[in-house]
Design a protein around this ligand. Structure first.
Ligand SMILES: Cc1cc2nc3c(=O)[nH]c(=O)nc-3n(C[C@H](O)[C@H](O)[C@H](O)COP(=O)(O)O)c2cc1C
Length: 397
C-alpha cells in the first residue's frame, strides 16, 4: 500500500521496509520497520507530520506528491529529530524553502545541526495551540520519549495523536492499521521489544506522558514506526503504562543483589559471607555466580533484580589487570536511571595488583550509583581480613 486515507483529508504517506534487520547499531528488527509520516490537506495548504529517513526520501516525496505538490506544504510538524525521522528534511527544505517547521525548541536546535540549512520555524508550545485550515494543533510534551526534543501533536478535530517513537514498534505491516494487522501476537512481541530497547531507560517519563495523553479524546495514535493504532486506543495506552510500571526501577532498601565471579573460590567465599551477614540482619539477598557459560541465561533475571533492589554488590577477582569482562557487559545494560538513588559497591580477591574493585567502582559511579568504597582481599582470608570484611559490611548497611 502506498498512501492511505486514514480520516477525511488525513493521509498516511510513510514508507514500509520489510527488509531491515538492524536498527541503531544494536536493536534487532526481525519484522522490519516503517517510517511513518502523515499529511493533512486543508483549504489553506497542507500540514505534513514527520520527515523520513534520508535513504527513503524519494519514495516519501513520491507518496506526498500523490496527494499534494511539495510546494503546497505550509507546515512540517517534527515530533522528534532522530535522523530516521529527519534525514530527509534538508532535501525537503531545498524543494520547498517556504515551509515552516513546527517543533519543540530542542528539536529545532537539533534540526539546525542535522540540516545545516536556514529554515522558517515556529516553536510548538503546549500552552498555545495553533489554528490552521480549520484544525487545531495542540502540543503535548513527550519529554524523554526517548530524546529530550519530543513534542507530540494532538489534532483536536480528528481526535488524532501524532506520537512518533512513543507507542510505536519496529514492525513492517502492509495492513498499516492495527485493526487490520493479522498477526497481533507478533506485533505485541515487537512492541514489547521496542519498549525494552528504546523506552525502557525512560520508563518513568512514559508514565508521565501517558497521564497527559489519557486526558485527551483520542481514537487514533499515529506512531512513527509500525501499525497505526486505530483500535482500542485506551487499552493500548494502558498496555504502555503497564510496561512502564514493569521497567520503572524501585529502590527497595531491604533487597540486595550480589553478583560475583570466582575462578578459585576466594571471591565466592567473600560473596557468601556477605550474603549471610545481610540475611542475618533480615534483608533479602539475591546471589548470582556468573561465568561465560551461564551469563547469557541469567542476564535478564539479574538486571531485573538490580532494578528492584536498593543495593548492588559486584564481586570480581582481578584478571589481567581488570575485572572479569562479563561485569562490563552487565553494566552496559544498567542505565543511569536505574543507578540513581541505589547504593553499590565492588569487592573481590586478587594476587598482586587488584585493579578490579577500583575499576568496577568507577563504572558504578558513571552509572550514578551511590558508590561505597570497595573491599579487596589477597588470596585466602585470615582473621585480619575477616575483621576487615565485617567493617566493610557495616558500611553497606
Ligand atoms: C588468568 C589470571 C590472571 C590474573 N591476573 C591478575 C592480575 O592482573 N592482578 C592480580 O592482582 N591478580 C591476578 N590474578 C590472580 C587472581 O586475582 C587471584 O588468583 C585471585 O585469588 C582469584 O580469586 P578467585 O579465587 O575468586 O578467582 C590472575 C589470575 C588469573 C587466573
Amino acid at each position: 500500500m502506498e498512501v492511505l486515507e486514514l480520516k477525511p483529508n488525513f493521509y498516511y504517506v510513510g514508507v514500509v521496509d520489510h527488509s531491515l534487520k538492524l536498527f541503531d547499531v544494536a536493536v534487532l528488527t526481525n519484522d522490519g520497520t516503517s517510517y511513518n509520516s502523515y499529511l493533512l490537506k486543508t483549504p489553506e495548504g497542507a500540514i505534513l507530520f514527520e520527515g523520513c529517513r534520508r535513504e527513503y526520501e524519494e519514495e516519501y516525496f513520491r507518496h506526498i506528491e500523490e496527494i499534494v505538490p511539495l510546494k503546497d506544504i505550509k507546515y512540517l510538524v517534527v515530533t522528534h529529530s532522530e535522523p530516521d525521522h529527519s534525514g530527509s528534511i534538508g532535501k525537503l527544505i531545498d524543494l520547498n524553502p517556504e515551509l515552516t517547521i513546527l517543533a519543540s525548541p530542542a528539536c529545532l536546535k537539533n534540526l539546525d545541526a542535522i540540516t545545516r540549512k536556514p529554515f522558517k520555524r515556529k516553536v510548538m508550545n503546549p500552552l498555545a495551540p495553533l489554528s490552521f485550515g480549520g484544525y487545531t494543533l495542540e502540543a503535548v510534551s513527550g519529554l524523554m520519549l526517548h530524546w529530550p526534543d519530543v513534542m507530540f501533536t494532538y489534532i483536536k478535530e480528528l481526535k488524532v495523536l501524532v506520537s512518533c517513537d512513543a507507542f510505536g514498534a519496529h514492525f513492517a505491516s502492509d495492513a498499516l492499521l492495527l485493526s487490520k494487522e493479522p498477526d497481533k501476537e507478533r506485533y505485541y512481541a515487537a512492541l514489547r521489544y521496542y519498549f525494552v530497547s528504546i523506552m525502557g531507560p525512560f520508563a518513568k517519563f512514559v508514565t508521565a506522558a501517558c497521564e497527559r495523553v489519557k486526558k485527551l479524546d483520542i481514537d487514533m495514535i499515529c506512531v512513527g514506526h509500525g501499525p497505526i493504532i486505530d483500535t482500542n486506543v485506551q487499552d493500548q495506552i494502558h498496555r504502555y503504562e503497564e510496561l512502564a510500571k514493569e521497567f520503572t526501577p524501585v529502590n527497595d532498601p531491604n533487597f540486595v543483589t550480589i553478583v560475583y565471579a570466582s575462578a578459585y573460590g576466594y571471591t565466592r567465599e567473600i560473596a557468601h559471607s556477605l550474603e549471610t551477614k545481610f540475611q542475618h540482619d533480615g534483608k533479602k539477598a539475591a546471589l548470582y555466580e556468573i561465568d561465560a557459560l551461564n551469563y547469557g541465561s541469567l542476564k535478564d533475571k539479574i538486571l531485573n533484580d538490580i532494578a528492584h533492589s536498593g543495593t548492588l554488590l559486584l564481586g570480581s577477582p582481578t584478571m589481567v589487570g581488570d575485572a572479569v569482562c562479563l561485569f562490563y557487559d552487565l553494566l552496559s545494560h544498567v542505565y543511569t536511571t536505574v543507578g540513581q538513588g541505589k547504593k553499590a559497591s565492588a569487592f573481590g580477591d586478587y594476587g598482586w595488583s587488584g585493579e578490579a574493585v577500583k575499576n568496577l567502582s568507577e563504572r558504578l559511579s558513571q552509572l550514578h550509583f551511590n558508590v561505597i568504597p570497595g573491599y579487596r582481599q589477597v588470596f585466602k582470608s585470615d582473621k585480619a581480613s575477616e575483621e576487615e570484611l565485617q567493617k566493610y559490611y557495616e558500611t553497606l548497611k
